[in-house]
Design a protein around this ligand. Structure first.
Ligand code: ADP
Length: 274
């Protein structure tokens, strides 16, 4: 990518004149550093589970193991393979988001259906360990990409479960509202009574691989890419992401999505709404 031209000057040099362009190289350097950091992060994240996996495989090959030990080792190996799989899936999702054009003129997306589905998923994922409330206003639609919006909602909900201890409360809601400039929106609000984060972390949570507690995130299957994906999806849909959080008190993640103008919706879709 080219750097921005900061200034253009006409300079006299003896009897010659020349144009001097000064460019903002700091921006280029910053992008280059981000790219290098990203590759280093990806390599590290893949290397760790691979090292553990080969270690177990070696033991499996070289040592006599009892049936119970074998079962235990296979489980541990499976966990590591799963980690790599999650990471590669999230990387593919991110790169697809970055390489395709904005989702604005997509399909009619049933936000209410998606919110309800993530609520059901939350119940399943929690396995009864949390007190989960789901309150979804029906008939809310946006224009865009259903799979993307589902992955954004689902990431937020998965995090709420991941970072809320047992018996904590999680509320998942979708309701009609307006954004700051009075545009009709749906607000997807996920509130938890979990571990929370302190204020200085909040602006950085959507950075790739930024994690407040690396080991907690890993143990619970996190890749550190979830909120980066959420941010991309929200931006592509002209939405907004808001994060409120307090350590040991809990967090509230809100996604605002502009509502579809229903009179412009295709007949078949409009028929489903009534
Ligand atoms: P991860 O896969 O690590 O969960 P995310 O990008 O989804 O990655 O989130 C980045 C970090 O933000 C997490 O590692 C965690 O520190 C913090 N975080 C996200 N959601 C919550 C939440 N509901 N409560 C507390 N911390 C959270």
């Amino acid at each position: 990518s080219r750097s921005k031209v900061l200034s253009v000057q006409l300079v006299s040099y003896g009897d010659q004149q020349m144009l001097v362009l000064s460019r903002d190289v700091t921006q280029v350097e910053k992008l280059e550093r981000m790219r290098r950091d990203f590759i280093a992060n990806v390599s590290h994240e893949l290397k760790t589970p691979l090292t553990v996996l080969s270690g177990f495989l070696e033991t499996f090959r070289d040592l006599p193991l009892s049936k119970e030990q074998q079962a235990e080792y296979l489980n541990l190996m499976y966990t590591q393979a799963n980690r790599m799989q999650n990471l590669v899936e999230d990387l593919l999702a991110l790169s697809a988001l970055e390489s395709s054009p904005s989702a604005e003129s997509g399909e009619l997306v049933d936000l209410s259906g998606i919110a309800q589905k993530t609520g059901d998923e939350a119940q399943q994922l929690s396995g009864g360990k949390h007190d989960i409330r789901v309150e979804v206003e029906t008939g809310l639609f946006a224009m865009g990409n259903t799979a993307e919006i589902f992955s954004a909602f689902s990431n937020i909900v998965t995090n709420a479960i991941r970072y809320t201890p047992e018996r904590g409360k999680i509320s998942i809601a979708l309701r009609k509202t307006e954004n700051e400039i009075g545009k009709s929106c749906a607000a997807f609000v996920v509130q938890d009574t979990g571990i929370g984060v302190s204020a200085e972390h909040i602006p950085r949570l959507t950075e790739r691989f930024y994690r407040v507690d690396r080991s907690r995130s890993r143990e619970s299957g996190g890749t550190g890419l979830g909120l980066a994906i959420v941010k991309h999806v929200v931006q592509r849909h002209d939405g907004e992401l808001d994060i409120q959080s307090r350590p040991n008190a809990g967090s509230t993640f809100t996604i605002l999505m502009p509502l579809a103008k229903l009179e412009a919706a295709p007949k078949s879709a409009a028929a489903q709404i009534t």
